[in-house]
Write a new protein. Structure first.
Length: 339
């Protein structure tokens, strides 16, 4: 248990890569990978979060490390419920008292059925009531944008499974686009490049490390090379290759271009007055993908508007959800009724 927070309401950023929990009055108290290690014989979890992520690619045949969310939506309902239950208990504990209410973030493009699945998973995991808020709205709140004013604010949230692009004014989404690619797609691009160009099989964790340490969206001041270890596809034996930051950037180029295209298309759909606001005020980049080197600069060059990175990109969405929770804004932005 992470402290005496029983009975307090929670805001949850249920992400494809990580789950973060904000407790009313206490701030962000949990940030763990959205991974569960399952015993395939009993279908019971043996590890959740950080401990489960360490097991990826290292488990015996009867244990499987899985991500219950894919592209921002629940792919395995039962495992997602178990994961949420574990995280809630870790935060709230097992003491008697009222069950917490939850505000939970969802991608703007998900269906009503998918929204219902998120609420049901939260309620089955122990929430007294679960309401949803769209991720772009939470990101805008977390970034401190003036979402209630009659001016356009634009946010681009690059998460693990989705990229959310939205223009917001007067408390609502005017134009929004949800792209089911994000940081995981960049990892897959690295894996495919290693397989195609080097005949090397990389694991998920290795690909993520390569992305973080060598990835970029535009040329670096000082390019460099590094060793990458994997399994030779022909011999099956471990092998090391030397890769450059230029080739890693090229491997991820198509994914980055897809995100830029989505941002451009969203801006093209905006009313002229709001588009003018964005050109003058710029856009805010949030999410773990915002940490990719040079991404803000690449956006500025391609789209022609100022771009700034949020102060805390990894926590922007959960902080926005927490601000929503602290203000008791449980109507309007949140759809808490039946899907």
């Amino acid at each position: 248990m992470l402290g005496a927070v029983g009975g307090r309401d929670l805001a949850v950023d249920l992400g494809t890569a990580n789950t973060l929990i904000y407790v009313r009055g206490a701030g962000v108290v949990l940030d763990e990978p959205s991974v569960v290690a399952i015993n395939v014989n009993t279908r019971r979890p043996v590890a959740v979060g950080v401990e489960a992520k360490r097991m990826i690619g290292r488990t015996p045949s009867h244990i499987q490390a899985v991500r219950p969310l894919k592209d921002g939506v629940i792919a395995d309902f039962d495992v997602c419920e178990e994961m949420l239950r574990y995280f809630i208990q870790k935060v709230v504990g097992n003491r008697w008292g009222p069950r917490p209410r939850m505000v939970i973030c969802v991608p703007s493009g998900i269906t009503g059925v998918e929204q219902r699945a998120v609420r049901d998973a939260a309620e089955f995991a122990g929430a007294r009531e679960a309401v949803v808020i769209e991720e772009p709205m939470a990101a805008a709140l977390g970034a401190g944008l003036p979402i209630d004013e009659p001016v356009g604010s634009m946010v681009v949230d690059v998460g693990g499974g989705t990229t959310e692009v939205a223009i917001i004014a007067l408390g609502g989404l005017v134009v929004a686009r949800s792209l089911r690619i994000g940081g995981d797609a960049l990892d897959r691009a690295v894996i495919e490049h290693a397989r195609r160009d080097h005949g090397l099989a990389l694991g998920e964790r290795t690909a993520e490390t390569v992305k973080v340490k060598m990835g970029s969206a535009q040329p670096l001041v000082e390019e460099f090379e590094a060793k990458i270890r994997g399994r030779d596809l022909v011999s099956g034996l471990p092998r090391t290759v030397v890769a450059s930051t230029e080739e890693v950037r090229e491997a991820m180029a198509d994914t980055v271009a897809s995100i830029i295209d989505a941002v451009s298309a969203t801006l093209d759909e905006a009313p002229a007055e709001l588009a003018g606001d964005i050109i003058e005020r710029g856009m805010v980049l949030t999410g773990g993908g915002a940490l990719l080197r040079g991404l803000a600069g690449r956006f500025e060059r391609a789209i022609g508007v100022p771009v700034r990175q949020a102060d805390d990109p990894l926590h922007t969405v959960v902080l926005g959800s927490g601000r929503f929770l602290e203000a008791n804004r449980l109507t309007g932005l949140v759809g808490s009724g039946p899907a």
